[in-house]
Each structure stands twice: as structure tokens, then as C-alpha cells.
Design a protein around this ligand. Structure first.
Ligand code: PMV
Length: 341
């Protein structure tokens, strides 16, 4: 971050929020430079920063709390693994310390609508929201800066991250993400309605990424054959979205899931949910994100979808409709009159 002089930190609250995401196509393969399609969704993580005079950083994230002296925040590496949820917050504060030098203390309140560990991008959204809030506090602007700093921070949680989740959370919309092809917004024709069915089986992205890497190292030619097919699916899916061909899109989702089965990152509960969704009239279905648990996404038909929805929700109560988000990270400030902490 640039050094900012003349910062007056008193009397303001900074709010930033960032959306979660669905990986529609290409997870895992994207770690190796292939394409993926992600969609930001209307479930957000919000961060409120309130400068205080107490000389300490007080973080509240759900039921979890941490207080540390401002002068002690050097690096997230000092924090035990059990407090990994704090890495993005502490690391972002440590990186901005020079610019925050006029600050005595800070209350950080984090609130989440994104279920954690279900592959819906909650870690990336925390990184994007905290970085966005801190950049706003030191009057630094621009989504490109937020994406850059947030994706570096996310690599502390999951070191081989492709950066795709942070990209979707920063910019919003539906994105074709590809480190080797450039990142592009896709303009969708018509409406896409996804039902997210959560297994409640939490996954660790880093472990699943390592599992896929072992498989790739053991059998590189099989992996590159699957990666090529996944790339092809991504490009066909992009065309189906542009033309509004939801039936092809549904088939492509299901086809992508078959490749993920071959990577051995599915789970019996995910397979059970996929069968329920397909038997209830979904147009296509797949696991989303790292796998090994987490969630299934089902594309609903545009017409008469309430029957399909009811049939699925009767059997999978822990499911939610996801609307697409086009805002990405959102920042605003207010006077520090009413304290939320
Ligand atoms: O399950 P999530 O939300 O952590 O998504 C992981 C997606 C991967 O492609 C497996 C990893 C990555 O960095 O893109």
C-alpha cells in the first residue's frame, strides 16, 4: 500500500462487504492455468472498521473474539493454526501498518451470510472485504489493488490458490477466469437460477488441492487429458451462457462433474444430492469448489421451476437459491456515532 500522510482516523466507521461465489466450471484445473467460470452470489461477508483510542485491535467474527495490542501485530505467522480465520485480518493490518501509523486502535467486526467450508468462497470474501475496508480507511482506491492484496492474503490460508475466488468476489458478475487467457466478464442472456444444496461436510481446500496434485504427479497424461476436456467444457459453457441455452448449460455442468469424479474429489453425500436434484427436474448438477464435502449446485429450469425446487427442498432442506451478484466488493463510510462493537 502507498504511504498516506495526513490520515484522520477519528469519527468514521468504514464498511466493506464482498460476495461469495459459485464455481460453475473448471475448479481444480484452474490451479494449473486452465480456465474456470465463477459467478458471484448474493451472500456477503461484511467488515466494519471503527478506529478506537484503546491502543488495541479488537476483532469479532461471529462468536470468536480476539484482542491484541496494535504494536504486537507483526505477522499472521505468529497466530496459531486454530485461529486461521484471523490470518487475513491480521496479515492485512500488518501489511498496512505504515499507513495506519496515526491510528491508536481499531475495532474490527466481521459478519457473514456465507456458510463456511461449503465451497462458496467465504475465505476469499473475508480477504476481499478486509483489504477493501483497510484500503478505504487509508484512502486508497481501486478494485485492482484490492484483488492483488486480497489474493496474496488468501494464499496464507491456501497456498496454491488460483486467485479465482478473490477475483469473483472483487469484481462480481459471471467471469471466465484463466491465468493464461485473461479474465473476462460473461454477459448472460436470460436468467440463471441455481440452487445450492449444502452437505454440511466441511472441506479443507488445501487438502483437496494437494490430493489432486498427487494424482496429477502420478499420472500427468491422464490429468492433462481431463484438463483439456474441462477447458473445452468451459468454452462451450461460455457460449451457452451468451446465447441463453440453459439446456446445454445444464448438460455441461453434469459433464464437468464427471471429470471431478475422475479426480476422486466427490463424496457419497454429494453423489446422493446430485441424484436427487437430477430426478427432481434440475437441468444439470455438479459439486462446486474443492469437493470432498461442501455443496452441490443445481441449475433450475426457467419455467415451472417451483415444482423442481419444492421436490429438491423436501429432500435436501439445507439448500438455498443463489442470485447472481454484479456489484463485487462494496465500500462505504459513515460517522462513528453509533458503535456496533
Ligand atoms: O472450495 P473453495 O471455495 O475453496 O474453491 C476451491 C477452488 C479450487 O479450484 C479447488 C482451488 C482454487 O484456488 O481455485
Amino acid at each position: 500500500m502507498n504511504k498516506s500522510t495526513n490520515n484522520n482516523f477519528s469519527n468514521i466507521n468504514i464498511h466493506a462487504s464482498a460476495p461469495g461465489k459459485l464455481t460453475l466450471f473448471g475448479e481444480h484445473f484452474v490451479v494449473y492455468g486452465n480456465s474456470a467460470i465463477l459467478a458471484a452470489i448474493n451472500k456477503r461477508i461484511s467488515v466494519t472498521l471503527s478506529p478506537n483510542k484503546s491502543n488495541s485491535i479488537n476483532i469479532k467474527f461471529g462468536r470468536r473474539k480476539l484482542a491484541a495490542r496494535f504494536s504486537e501485530i507483526k505477522s499472521s505467522k505468529l497466530i496459531p493454526r486454530s485461529q486461521a480465520f484471523l490470518y487475513p485480518v491480521l496479515n492485512s493490518i500488518a501489511s498496512a501498518k505504515e499507513e495506519l501509523s496515526g491510528l491508536s486502535g481499531l475495532d474490527v467486526l466481521i459478519e457473514s451470510q456465507i456458510p463456511h467450508g461449503e465451497g462458496l468462497g467465504s475465505s476469499a470474501a473475508v480477504c476481499v472485504a478486509i483489504v477493501g475496508a483497510l484500503q478505504s480507511l487509508v484512502h486508497k482506491e481501486g478494485k485492482a489493488n484490492i484483488f492483488e492484496a486480497a489474493s496474496q492474503t488468501e494464499r496464507l490460508i491456501h497456498k496454491n490458490s488460483s486467485g479465482a475466488d478473490c477475483y469473483a468476489s472483487t469484481y462480481g458478475g459471471v467471469l471466465l477466469f484463466g491465468p493464461n487467457f485473461g479474465n473476462k466478464q460473461i454477459s448472460i442472456k436470460g436468467k440463471l437460477q441455481f440452487l445450492v444444496c449444502m452437505t454440511g461436510i466441511k472441506h479443507k481446500t488445501q487438502n483437496l488441492v494437494s490430493k489432486v496434485k498427487r494424482m496429477k504427479d502420478k499420472n500427468p497424461s491422464k490429468f492433462s487429458e481431463l484438463a483439456e476436456r474441462a477447458n473445452d467444457i468451459c468454452f462451450k459453457a461460455k457460449s451457452a451462457m451468451i446465447t441463453g441455452d440453459v439446456y446445454s448449460l445444464g448438460n455441461l455442468l453434469t459433464e464437468n462433474h464427471k471429470l471431478l469424479q475422475k479426480l476422486q474429489i466427490s463424496h457419497p453425500r454429494l453423489e446422493e444430492y446430485i441424484e436427487i436434484c437430477m430426478n427432481s427436474g434440475a437441468l444439470g448438477c455438479k459439486l462446486t469448489g474443492a469437493g470432498g464435502g461442501g455443496a452441490v449446485i443445481a441449475l433450475l429450469p426457467n419455467q415451472n421451476n417451483s415444482d423442481t425446487l419444492l421436490r429438491i427442498q423436501n429432500k435436501i432442506p439445507n439448500s438455498m437459491l443463489a442470485e447472481l451478484d454484479y456489484k463485487g466488493v462494496h465500500l462505504d463510510q459513515s460517522l462513528n456515532s453509533e458503535k456496533k462493537f
